[in-house]
Ligand binder design. Structure first.
Ligand code: AGP
Length: 609
């Protein structure tokens, strides 16, 4: 999963592509490169490491052009190195390409090309495409691309330029996102919306199988047979400020502080607490179908999987529907029992996660209704699902998900209440109460964030620890998993999330007097139980950092540190309790001088299996 960007027009392509890649760097950052055409010659610059290295190389060796393509890489085939960095070209330096995805049959294609005498310069799967295009290239780049695509299998978003046809970029999409930015006298292509926002809000989301030919004046989209395809131009309302740091030191911090607004944006227009009404315009499930749903399957990866785990409690308690939550990469290879009465809910911030998309497609073949909870409009998952509830979080740039989690939990909470209403399970009084609880959450989070400095003080005490335990129960058990994931991914500290009641079945052996244990201990049906669990941990010397309701007068006696949060109903509490855990991970990462927004080995959107 990498970021690709292309420009054609009158301005300096190099500057525009470099700025575009900067916005895409979250997708991969182990090497980067740019290719342009000047006077019918290809010029390529590539560097290992982050984009700033490419910036230095461009400063030392400047170039300007009116057409070009660029790439920021997250290695799949071939280690991060200059020779594996994109763009890749054929031996005669006629054609140059950037690629996001994986060519599954590259081994056999490479063998075939080598047999023809072709030399390979990189260890990448991508390079086979350049040689194939050159092989089929007579005088029409589009035709050569058509022939090449009929030979390759896998996922790919491609930007292709030829020195012999320097007035066009060919853009191809198959199972990897690619968007065309529509300008005036100039056009763009990019892997994601934020990279285009400084130039245009008018965008075309390519679909699988689309091959677009873009010139400065025209965009023509065809399928592999060469038939012209019409694609709608969508106007994107995200503004550029939303996609910038806005004065915060890191995107992650900005995104943590945005949550009161993004939660509100996600429920606004969908809930009416005074009337006891939920209205989700996008969900067109028939009332009769809803009454007969036999079970719900929630499928997702990473943080989105954790928000799915939270919602299991909501679907079961509110709507009384048996619910299972599965990791997409597991779900897609099991013999899952599904039928038309199963509602499959896929959860994905990016809408491009390969495993989640594959799970969605599998569920479709079983005749299930598919509902997606997604943040990115026009993404593959949002297009292929039958119903989509968008989380209105705006672009999430930090690799560690924060506002996506709370947006997803909000959307799933509303969905569970909607299903409960249509199944006539909750009374109007209960519904009003649960809606009011959600309505009040943004204010409560704001209140907490205003006094969050205390979390920084705790981070200073514990930043040198090498292990953490996170404990929760019931609906806050998934929050413990999410807290542990956050600290692992951005601070590289080993952390385990556990259901607190499970401790005594093994993990309690890990506890000694140097082990920090973050326990979520808010009031609710299992409050007494988790108190017993932290006493067990304390008795073995563990250092307890409790996340507790501000009204809890007892917790101070049972723990070493307490992070007090405003009191909420237990069913909305994950929206509150996750905030200090996000902040704790953030501050520890900063103290350890880790790369908060672009942690090692990770990428924002996992579009490969
Ligand atoms: C979490 O901080 C990560 N960014 C990661 O686990 C992420 O949630 C996962 O890759 C799923 O992504 P998606 O929501 O875009 O499908």
């Amino acid at each position: 999963m990498c970021g690709i960007f292309g420009y054609i027009g009158e301005k300096n392509a190099v500057d525009i592509i470099f700025k575009g890649l900067k916005k895409l760097e979250y997708r991969g950052y182990d090497s980067a490169g740019i290719a342009v055409v000047v006077d019918k010659e290809l010029h390529i610059r590539r560097s290992v490491g982050k984009l700033c290295n490419l910036g230095l190389s461009l400063k030392e060796n400047p170039i300007s052009a009116n057409i070009g393509i660029g790439h920021t890489r997250w290695a799949t085939h071939g280690r991060p190195s200059k020779k594996n960095a994109h763009p890749h070209t054929d031996s005669a330096k006629t054609v140059v390409i950037v690629h996001n995805g994986i060519i599954e049959n590259y081994v056999e294609l490479k063998a075939e090309l080598q047999k023809d005498g072709q030399e390979f310069k990189s260890e990448t799967d991508t390079e086979v495409i350049t040689h194939l295009i050159k092989k089929y290239y007579e005088d029409n780049l589009f035709c050569a691309v058509q022939k090449t695509l009929s030979r390759v299998r896998g996922s790919y978003a491609l930007g292709i330029v030829s020195k012999d046809e320097p007035d066009k970029i060919i853009c191809v999409r198959q199972d990897a996102p690619l968007i065309i930015g529509v300008g005036v006298g100039e056009n763009f292509m990019a892997s994601d919306i934020p990279a285009l926002l400084s130039y245009t809000r008018d965008m075309i989301f390519l679909e699988n199988g689309d091959i677009a030919e873009i010139t400065a004046e025209k965009i023509v989209i065809k399928n592999i047979k060469g038939d012209i395809i019409n694609r709608e131009i969508k106007n994107i309302r995200w503004d550029t400020v939303q996609a910038e740091k806005n004065g915060y030191k890191h995107f992650m911090l900005k995104e943590i502080f945005e949550q009161p607004r993004t939660i509100e944006d996600t429920f606004r227009g969908r809930i009416y607490p005074d009337e006891g009404r939920v209205y989700i315009e996008e969900v067109k499930l028939e009332k009769e179908y809803i009454k007969n749903i036999s079970n719900i399957y929630i499928v997702a990866c990473g943080t989105s999987y954790h928000s799915g785990l939270v919602s299991k409690f909501l679907f079961e308690s509110f709507a009384k529907i048996p619910t299972e939550v599965d990791i997409a990469s597991e779900f897609r290879y099991r013999d899952v029992i599904l039928d038309e009465k199963t509602l499959v809910v896929v959860v994905s911030q990016s809408g491009e996660t390969a495993d989640t998309l594959a799970a969605l497609r599998l569920a479709k073949t079983k005749g299930c209704q598919i509902l997606a909870v997604c943040n990115v409009v026009g993404s593959s998952i949002s297009r292929e699902a039958m119903h989509v509830i968008y989380t209105h979080c705006g672009p999430e740039i930090g690799v560690a998900s924060t506002k996506a989690f709370t947006g997803q939990v909000t959307a799933l909470y509303i969905l569970a209440l909607d299903l409960a209403c249509k199944r006539e399970i909750l009374t109007i009084g209960e519904l009003k109460k649960y809606l009011k609880e959600l309505w009040e959450i943004p204010l409560k989070i704001n209140k907490f964030l205003k006094n969050a400095k205390f979390v920084h003080d705790i981070a200073k005490v514990f930043a040198s620890k090498r292990d953490f335990l996170y404990l929760g129960r019931h609906i806050n058990y998934p929050v413990a998993l999410e807290g542990a994931l956050k600290i692992k991914e951005i601070s590289y500290i080993h952390a385990e999330g556990y259901a607190a009641g499970e401790m005594k079945h093994g993990p309690i052996a890990l506890i000694d007097k140097s082990m920090p244990i973050v326990a979520i201990v808010i009031k609710g049906r299992i409050y007494e139980k988790i108190i017993s669990n932290i006493e067990e941990a304390k008795a073995r010397g563990g250092i307890i950092i409790a996340v507790a309701d501000q009204s809890d007068k007892e917790i101070g006696n049972k723990s070493d540190y307490v992070i007090y949060v405003p009191e909420t109903d237990e069913f909305v509490s994950p929206l509150m309790t996750v905030i200090p855990l996000q902040l704790l991970a953030y501050y520890i990462s900063v103290i350890l001088s880790c790369d908060v927004d672009q942690p090692r080995n990770l990428a924002k959107s996992v579009t490969v299996e």
